[in-house]
Design a protein around this ligand. Structure first.
Ligand code: NDP
Length: 238
């Protein structure tokens, strides 16, 4: 086992996830680039290596038990432990035909979005926890959204996506409580409104700006906050 810290970022082939990989890599982490598509994953690893970042690809579809189990085995073989897990992969879900209007809600869209945005996080986290527990200062960051804030009630009405992030916030708190007497620090992050495929590149922030809070929470000191929800400006209300 070497002294270089390893970080797994899910959905790291593009957007905010790629920028998180870049940010952690620039800080000296070896980055495990979690991505489901072989070509997109290889291209991302090559782009990171071209920027002098120590990166390796990990095939990872967060909706598949087999894929997630194989990813954990690959990281164990390559790195022996995991210092940081950023659960970034997420989807918005279809919106056509009133699919995310609460009054005409397509329940299949809800199931699909929850499978990735919530169950995917649980699946990946539980597969990686044995590797995280081997690290001295393990950190987990769940990429949430202020659209999941019941207090702010912000953004468009999206009745699959927004509640998926509310549930992710709740799940984050459950993990933080369960892991309170361990070294594993778990928090949720909001990246702001970021120009990526996800927003049709309509967001006002760059992926690097969106990545900053995740990088910060991934590198918290041992006395850092636990079970919170943060953006660049500080605490986001639940
Ligand atoms: P993008 O659509 O640009 O990227 C999403 C990433 O998640 C892609 O790498 C995608 O892979 C991956 N992904 C989706 N489903 C799976 C899966 N089943 N298994 C593995 N990877 C998967 O989105 P953003 O970068 O904008 O979003 C990243 C996170 O930030 C999401 O959780 C999103 O909810 C959150 N967020 C984004 C905001 C924004 O303004 N952009 C605002 C608030 C939160 P592939 O390329 O294969 O599809």
């Amino acid at each position: 086992m070497n002294n270089t810290k390893t970080a797994l970022v899910t959905g790291a082939n593009k957007g905010i996830g790629f920028a998180i990989a870049q940010g952690l890599g620039a800080m000296g982490f070896t980055v495990a680039v979690g991505a489901r598509d072989d070509v997109r994953r290889k291209e991302a690893v090559e782009r990171l290596r071209a920027a002098d970042i120590d990166a390796f690809g990990v095939a990872l579809d967060v909706t598949s038990d087999d894929s997630v189990a194989a990813a954990a085995e690959a990281i164990e073989r390559t790195a022996g432990r995991l210092d940081v897990l950023v659960n970034n992969a997420g989807i918005g879900g279809r919106t056509d035909g009133g699919a995310q209007d609460p009054t005409t809600l397509d329940l299949d869209v809800v199931r699909t979005v929850l499978e990735t945005n919530v169950l995917g996080v649980v699946r990946v986290t539980n597969a990686m926890l044995p590797l995280l527990r081997r690290a001295s200062s393990p950190r987990i960051v769940n990429m949430s959204s202020n659209m999941g804030s019941l207090t702010l009630q912000t953004g468009p009405v999206l009745t699959a996506y927004a509640p998926s992030k509310s549930m992710l916030n709740s799940v984050t708190v459950q993990y933080a409580r369960r892991l309170a007497d361990t070294a594993v620090i778990v928090n949720a992050a909001c990246p702001g409104y970021v120009a990526t495929d996800f927003t049709g590149f309509g967001g006002s922030r760059t992926p690097e700006q969106g990545a900053a809070i995740a990088v910060r929470l991934a590198t918290l000191p041992d006395d850092g906050p636990r079970g919170g929800f943060f953006d660049d400006a500080g605490v986001v209300p639940w």
